[in-house]
Design a binder for this molecule. Structure first.
Ligand code: F6P
Length: 362
């Protein structure tokens, strides 16, 4: 048997729906099955970096009833707090990784479980290697761009939200004879756009993986009109570039830069080229919040239980994944190394083409 007694759990990187369900599963499995103590670390690795440290010893009561259903992460998270290049108040960057490692040791943790996407996993693994931390990862990302797992926590909910948006846009598009453009997230993969576009009956889906041209989009809208259709639904992934192959970015007051604005660009261009009345909806963080879908709850629960079991077996430096209708785990290095963009010849793209959806290239 392992000599594990105390484990830490934290959430890292951008949030998504289903994180709380993972934490709940970790607490349930660790306490009820193994009799361990579980420490929830606040705000990702920052809770271990700050002095005094910020954490809570979690009980079953902390994660009972409502947590499973809630979006976000009750532990909090950060996506701009890389301990190896931590942003300091004077604008400089400082390596504070040893403070996090020291926090882990001070708390007397025997292992750490963290949710994260590819960026967070790379950072956490580096820190685990440096500090001898027994680390297990759980994949989460609405972008679904981790190659090691078929799906990650948060993706299904995001697709549900985007699909519901299309369901709501369709009647108003038809009522007003408009072309509705829906901009969805995905840095830098078009999975949300493709899946929600198919599910939501889009006429045009633009993704960063498939270069697009205005002539193809115009031809599709013209042909819909020719067939008597008075509206169109267009889904565009935020990472799609303009006709001049430029990304459309938004700079926030704090200097951070994110994708945002390709929907508006497209709305203007479609109006110019087709004469259609266009309106643009930018879904943004709505895709990350709200109640997790049943699929994400099941995935999160399975991942949480399996992560704890890996700790119990002394299998560290691994990430839990979903493959071939089942749970398994792979080395974190493998997960970081394999990025998953939309496969341009894959089943989903073939399905979209088979349905006559314009993907912007023809
Ligand atoms: O990676 C997840 C994601 O939601 C992307 O789809 C999006 O581009 C980005 O994070 C937004 O980041 P932030 O929450 O920092 O605005």
């Amino acid at each position: 048997m392992s000599n594990i007694k105390k484990i830490g759990v934290l959430t890292s990187g951008g949030d998504c729906s289903g994180l709380n369900a993972v934490i709940r599963a970790v607490v349930h499995r660790a306490i009820l099955h193994y009799g361990w103590e579980v420490y929830g670390i606040y705000d990702g690795t920052k809770g271990l970096m700050d002095r005094p440290m910020r954490y809570k010893k979690l009980t079953i009561a902390d994660v009972d009833t409502n947590i499973l259903r809630q979006g976000g992460t009750f532990l909090g998270t950060v996506n701009s707090g890389d301990p190896f290049a931590y942003p300091m108040p004077d604008g400089s960057k400082k390596d504070r990784s040893n403070e996090v490692i020291d926090g882990y040791n001070q708390l007397g943790l025997n292992a750490l479980i963290s949710m994260g996407g590819d960026g967070s996993m790379a950072i956490l693994r580096r820190m685990a290697q440096q500090g001898g931390i027994n680390f297990v990862g759980v994949p989460k990302t609405i972008d679904n761009d981790l190659g090691a797992t078929e799906t990650a926590v948060g993706y299904d909910t995001a697709v549900n939200v985007a699909t519901e948006a299309l369901d709501r846009l369709q009647p108003t598009a038809a009522s007003h004879h408009r072309v509705m453009i829906l901009e969805v997230m995905g840095r830098d993969a078009g999975h949300i756009a493709l899946a929600s576009g198919i599910a939501g009956g889009a006429d045009v889906i633009l993704m960063p993986e498939i270069p697009w041209n205005m002539a193809a989009v115009k031809a599709k809208i013209d042909s819909l009109r020719g067939n008597g259709r008075n509206f169109a639904l267009v889904v565009v992934s935020e990472a799609v570039k303009t006709e001049k192959n430029e990304p459309v970015m938004h700079k926030f007051a704090d200097g951070q830069v994110r994708y945002g604005g390709i929907g508006q660009y497209l709305g203007t261009r479609i109006a110019q080229e087709t004469g259609a009345e266009t309106r643009v909806t930018v879904l943004g963080h709505v895709q990350r919040g709200g109640q997790p879908s049943p699929h994400d709850r099941v995935l999160a629960s399975s991942f949480g239980v399996h992560a704890v079991d890996l700790v119990a077996q002394g299998k560290f430096d691994r990430i839990v994944v979903w493959r071939n209708r089942g749970l398994t785990d792979v080395p974190i290095t493998e997960a970081i190394a394999s990025y998953r963009a939309v496969e341009v010849d894959g089943a989903m793209v073939q399905t979209a083409r088979g349905l006559g959806i314009c993907l912007g290239d023809r």
